[in-house]
Write a protein of this length. Structure first.
Lengths: 427, 427
């Protein structure tokens, strides 16, 4: 008898019909002999509706109260899901994040999990009930206030529960059949990956693959939680996200695996170029200090070789486009002190990344990548590499072309169309 | 500096505008120098909408999960209210029933408060914040599950908090200016009572005056919490519900008070007559045992004098009309055993009650009451009395006539119209 943690997102439980469908799947898993613990998000648009209400009563709602408000969303979905399961003849018990022992720091809106003490979940399991846990939420260790985990929070709740309960697998249900070598919306011949390592999945997620959030993968890697990404609309096997081959099953999956896992893309970033920065020690640190103080995470950084004649250099970096305004304001305020000449801003960019643990030991991967882009007529604006990833920034209109050309060049195309995209975004 | 507990019902916080209006009133009280703790209900129709969702996923939602679901309602209203107060420049902190220390038994749907341990509320007050507490909810002492208190729950939450915090007053905000000698919708000349004792208020509430629930008054009496029932739409003084004259202020109020507090009425009951019950010892106990086993509370009971010739008697009683079906089913099932001849059911009845502590020492009150009804052409079906109350059951169509005639006969009419009914039901 295995212990399975299942995560269902907001689009899976968007209405009464969705909730009943999910309830049937949970009861099916339980009836097959496995123990089940469920983590569930708020119904469909509930969170947006609550945020809208908050904006109606306050121009800037306090973070503590916003968390209190938003956590009502999972309270509703989990209670309804427990009721739907009960109407199928099995006992289910819903638990808030706090009741489930999800202990966090006190950072409202994006709290980090410090500890999980799932005593009540274990008791419910021992008594034969199916525990339904509110995703996305926890309770602060210090203030005892209710917190939320931020984007992708329910995935993280599911993985954290799986780790604390020593579950055999954490099933993340979404609207596609798993993790693909590229977004099937762009590359119809993308192949489903039967398995992928934590490290590669982390790079895929960080580079824009929306199926899992990096944070949840990080947590899974640290606690060695096996994740099974699969569709809530079918019974097909999806993608296993797990450590390197440690047993027969994963070794077999590893044999099938190409050295390249896939091609990811991201259209949500913008590029800032600081022009004419005085070419002195510490100037780059100063600029990124300003950005860090504004609470902005930057991604790729490129500094051009200094033009000796001018004594000045250009520094480019990418950041979430949503933070663009804030970054520009912070830099302009500092311009008199830092003494750069100009700032250029471009949010019409896209990032295309090639990911694969195999590339470490295979020379020529980057050359092949850049050639493919050149042959497709795609101009490269920036380049950044890690041990298992190469990313390029290109014009946003070239993203689809770049993804397709790269996918083809590395022989990732399947012989037939495998991917089915069932519904919305699955988040 | 006084400590004031304020209760606002669902109709006061039905939308963003209502929430902002209530926030202003709270901030006004705080600014005048008093400390404030607030108990708030779910917004307007939220509870009905949640129940509707529950019915969509389950024909018979488990009580534990229904409580989990419904408590999302106050979570939303209290967080929004705290935000609205913050936007007016004062710090407010929302607390669930559990966080506020409202400890109950484990009876989902109608839990009883066992203890209130408001440590976090006291801390918030000490730090200068305004605590906003979710009404209607608590946490079970034994199971640690979330519970709800049932009808009028938020009133009870407010009074329980006032008791635990030794508040100077518990203000119950509603849509009328206080407690009146009769329902101003029926008797336009009804007078506002400046004060009323717990005992009289309890009888008024039990006899259908909807402004307070009996349970909340019972709690207030036990812990000697002074209640001030007043309108959330005006700044007028309302009605003080408190013990017998113990200081100058209340003594003065006592002087003004007539021996009759008022006339209450209730259209929500039905009458069952069990016809031809064998006139033997224990038969009545048997019948009411059957009703009690079905979980039904009965109100008035009348047993006719036994007709010697037949050896049989009739027993009539009143009960909430909502329980009528259940009671009839239980009785019919028992008919072969008990051996009565027939059951008559009538839900076209109304109860009219005259309440007043003064009537104990004033003979002739009941005669005057019955004469007034006779003169108005109202037929009396049943009579029941207590130390401070006389109730009669009449035909439902005679209720308004009976209330008006009684009100006039006891000189309760004001010289001018005092009552203003501002909005909906105020519950």
């Amino acid at each position: 008898m295995a212990l399975v943690v299942q995560k269902y997102g907001g689009s899976s439980v968007a209405d009464a019909e969705g909730i009943k469908r999910v309830a049937k799947r949970i009861v099916g898993t339980r009836a097959s002999g496995d123990q089940v613990v469920v983590a569930v998000s708020a119904m469909g648009d509930t969170t947006d509706e609550l945020i809208d209400l908050a904006n109606q009563v306050s121009p800037q709602p306090p973070a503590r109260e916003l968390d209190m408000l938003l956590t009502a969303g999972e309270r509703i979905s989990m209670a309804l899901l427990a009721m739907a399961i009960a109407s199928l003849g099995m006992e289910a018990r819903s638990f808030t994040g706090s009741q489930a022992g999800v202990i966090t720091d006190a950072t409202h809106g994006r709290a980090r999990i410090i500890d999980v003490t799932p005593g009540r979940i274990s008791s419910a399991l021992a008594e034969g009930a199916i525990p339904i846990v509110a995703g996305f939420q926890g309770v602060s260790q210090t203030t005892k206030d209710i917190t939320t985990l931020g984007r992708g929070g329910t995935d993280t709740t599911a993985v954290a529960l799986a780790a604390a309960l020593h579950a055999d697998v954490c099933e993340i249900y979404t609207d596609v059949d798993g993790v693909f070598t590229a977004d099937p919306r762009i590359v119809p011949t993308a192949r489903r990956l039967p398995r992928i390592s934590y490290e590669e999945m982390l790079e895929m997620a960080a580079c824009g693959a929306k199926v899992l959030m990096p944070r949840c993968v990080e947590y899974a890697r640290r606690y060695e939680v096996r994740i099974h990404v699969r569709s809530s609309f079918s019974d097909k096997t999806g993608t296993w996200v797990m450590g390197h081959a440690t047993d027969d099953e994963s070794e077999e999956a590893g044999m099938e695996q190409a050295i390249i896992s896939g091609v990811a893309h991201d259209r949500s970033e913008a590029k800032i170029t600081v022009v004419g920065v005085p070419d002195r020690v510490g100037e780059a640190a100063r600029i990124f200090g300003i950005i860090a103080e504004a609470g902005i995470n930057i991604d790729m950084i490129v500094q051009n070789v200094s033009a000796v004649a001018t004594g000045r250099t250009d520094i480019s970096f990418t950041l979430p486009a949503d933070d663009g305004r804030k970054a520009l304001d912070a830099l302009r305020e500092a311009q008199p002190v830092v003494g750069f000449q100009d700032i250029l801003y471009d949010d019409r960019i896209g990032k295309v990344s090639l990911i694969g643990a195999g590339m470490r030991s295979h020379p020529g991967v980057s050359a092949k990548f850049f050639s493919a882009l050149a042959e497709a007529g795609v101009n490269i604006q920036m380049i950044s590499t890690s041990e298992i990833r190469i990313s390029v920034v290109v014009s946003q209109q070239d993203v689809d072309t770049a993804v397709s050309a790269t996918h083809k060049a590395f022989d990732l195309d399947a012989t037939e169309v495998e991917a089915v995209v069932y519904g919305g975004t699955g988040r």
